[in-house]
Design a protein around this ligand. Structure first.
Ligand SMILES: Cc1ncc(COP(=O)(O)O)c(C=O)c1O
Length: 368
């Protein structure tokens, strides 16, 4: 077949392989009530206020969405106490990661990342012909080695991606460490601080990052409605950055990148403090439930500040994954992050957590 040649930088990208829908797993394995604890979603579902707002918007679906997300932006700016020109919305925060690469990365440029971390940073760098330079997290608690991250920055570096709480480890940076790091980071490097899980953080020393934006530092914070707000299916996330950066990102944004349903749902979810508090409480309780359950199996999760945890099972996590799935629980294997004996598990409802813990006990007995 004659066709144009694919851009060579894309050879490094493997198409994303999604897991099977839960219904298909149930059909194939002849199971009912399979639980997916693999994608860090909110097990309580979306806010009912969001559902109601979306329902009442259904009849307006013949109209293009507001390309500026006017009302949502106003509501979020008020909630965060930032000016509206500091905000940009994306079709998931994933889309804003693509904007960042499109705006700031030329072919041959580099970004510093940490490993293990969220795979989208590598993806967006490869997409534009740049390359990620991963720096390992260190020690049993997967801490950030800021000296090593700074050493990895060179004249080709345009972006540094830090994720806190980090996916998949759940670990966080401390404000004083990040303050010192930003002071030493060359000014022509933009720090992308991915805060997809920030609403779950309990540690008072964790940086909100909003002060960096206010001070006009080259920093962008990325947040999402996919996790605590329970709206992953809508695809909506946002960036908070100094106005100059937002203006540049808007150059590559499609006019209608955030659909009308997402804008309506997100706006209502922002105001649903009951749902947000319930969702946060559930994670708080889940951490305790996991700590007790895992201790009985002589296991310990990496201390996390997110809605998931990373556990060293000390057995092949692919095998554990298969056995867990056959018993009706889907988790994420650690091999995709370079840690083949770990699994990443999203906290569920108390009942789901209980099922996971009891099924894990059976699986480990079988595998050991
Ligand atoms: C660290 C991190 N950033 C961003 C995202 C994606 O968020 P969104 O659904 O807004 O694209 C995820 C989703 O898993 C994530 O783990």
């Amino acid at each position: 077949m004659k066709k144009p040649e694919m851009r060579s930088c894309l050879e490094m990208i493997k198409p994303y392989v999604p897991g099977k829908p839960v219904e298909e797993v149930e059909r194939e394995l002849g199971l009912k009530n399979v639980i997916k604890m693999a994608s860090n979603e909110n097990p309580l579902g979306p806010s009912l206020l969001a559902v109601e707002a979306m329902r009442s918007n259904l009849k307006k679906m013949h109209i293009y969405p507001d390309g500026n997300c006017y009302y949502l932006k106003e509501a979020l700016a008020e909630k965060l106490n930032v000016k509206t020109d500091r905000l940009i919305f994306g079709n998931g925060s994933d889309e804003i990661l693509s904007f960042l690469a499109l705006v700031y990365v030329n072919p041959g440029d580099e970004a510093v990342t940490v490993a293990p971390s969220f795979s989208e940073y590598d993806f967006v760098m490869r997409l534009v012909g740049g390359s990620p330079h991963p720096v390992p997290l260190v020690g049993p608690d997967f801490s950030y080695d800021f000296e090593a991250i700074l050493e990895a920055v060179n004249e080709k570096t345009r972006l540094v991606f830090l994720c806190s709480p980090n996916n998949p480890t759940g670990t966080t940076v401390k404000k004083k460490d990040l303050d010192a790091f930003i002071e030493r980071l060359p000014e022509n490097v933009l720090l992308v601080l991915d805060q997809a899980y920030i609403e779950y953080v309990e540690d008072a020393d964790h940086p909100s990052g909003l002060d960096y934006v206010e001070q006009g530092k080259p920093v962008i914070l990325l947040r999402t409605f996919s996790k605590l707000y329970g709206l992953a299916g809508l695809r909506i996330g946002y960036g908070i950055a100094p106005a100059d950066i937002i203006r540049e990102l808007n150059r590559v944004r499609e006019p209608f990148n955030v659909n009308a349903m997402a804008q309506a749902g997100a706006r209502a979810a922002l105001a649903d403090s009951y749902h947000l508090e319930r969702s946060r409480n559930l994670v708080r309780e889940s951490r305790k439930q996991f700590a007790l359950g895992l201790a009985e199996m002589d296991l310990k999760a990496v201390p996390d500040q997110a809605n998931f945890c990373f556990i060293d099972l000390k057995v092949d996590s692919r095998e554990a994954f298969e056995s867990l799935m056959k018993k009706g629980v889907i988790v994420r294997t650690g091999d995709i992050f370079g840690f083949p004996t770990y699994i990443r598990v999203t906290y569920g409802t108390a009942e789901q957590n209980e099922k996971f813990l009891s099924v894990l006990k059976e699986v480990l007995t079988e595998l050991q």
